[in-house]
Design a protein around this ligand. Sequence first.
Ligand code: 13P
Length: 335
Amino acid sequence: MRDEKQLKAIASKMVLKGKGILAADESTPTCTKRFDSISVESTFENRNKYRNMLFTSSNIEKYISGVILFDETFKQSTTCKNKIPFVEYLNSRGIIPGIKVDGGTQDLAGFPDEKITDGLDGLKKRLEEYYNMGARFAKWRAVITIGDDIPSDACIYSNAHGLARYAALCQNANIVPIVEPEVLMNGSHTIETCYEISKRTLNVVFEQLILNRVMLEGIVLKPNMIISGLDCDNQADIDKVADMTYRCLKENVPSEVAGIAFLSGGQSSDLATAHLQKMNEKYQDEMPWNLTFSYGRALQHDALNSWKGSNVSGGQEAFLLRANANSLATKGIAV
Ligand code: 13P
């Protein structure tokens, strides 16, 4: 039976003011792509060393409330002599260990250029196993693509249903679900189109969550920001992104939701920080939830490029600078 008190407590801890979530759950192929960009071979050992560099940064717990792990990392340990399992290590520093449980995306049958997220089969058992191994939250990413005549209703409904079934299973296993409906920034669409599609998506996601009896106080929503498509000629400025993202969330996300932690989605690290900072500066007193970060690329880019396979102190320094800037951004403070 789900323990609602525990779920609420964990969800609130994940989005505490001043802290955010580190998404370090790149699958092996995605991690290989990141390592290719710095010419480091993507071996089991190198992936272990890289994650170890991030997690053992000093004072990381001042900025990071939880870390999302990929299955491989979830079972790895620190690289120091006494090899502490990462889950135990993170717990000892007051950081909540989380696990990516979706199986990635597949083509949505009958709908060219649209995707559906895999992973519901066997999920109940996997969640029980992860709970017993120490996971207290999970992540499932659904992807919505904007293009000519897409997204279709079928894509939005199928993905929203998947998210809701996942979230219900998580809560039954006493794991807080991060619900991530990502409207991609790829394309030449305007910020207004991003707003409309994100609004439609959020509405269907919450309809499905409620239909499936998901307790909204025990989830963390991980949405995209409302931004111009990457190839749009007219790029909205920071104020407009802050205003439209705030409006979209305020009007379409129920106030019961424990908190909101954005994905970065391919924005530069600086912009992802600036957008979060501006939203909190302007609107933090008018929102029922804390607005924080659950960035992957925008938290790791500087660190990855300084580390380059061996420079541990340089990587950690870059990581902490960025984590601190995002932590301040959750309070509306610019560095
Ligand atoms: P990005 O911040 O790089 O978009 O990654 C966040 C994430 O967890 C995607 O699922």
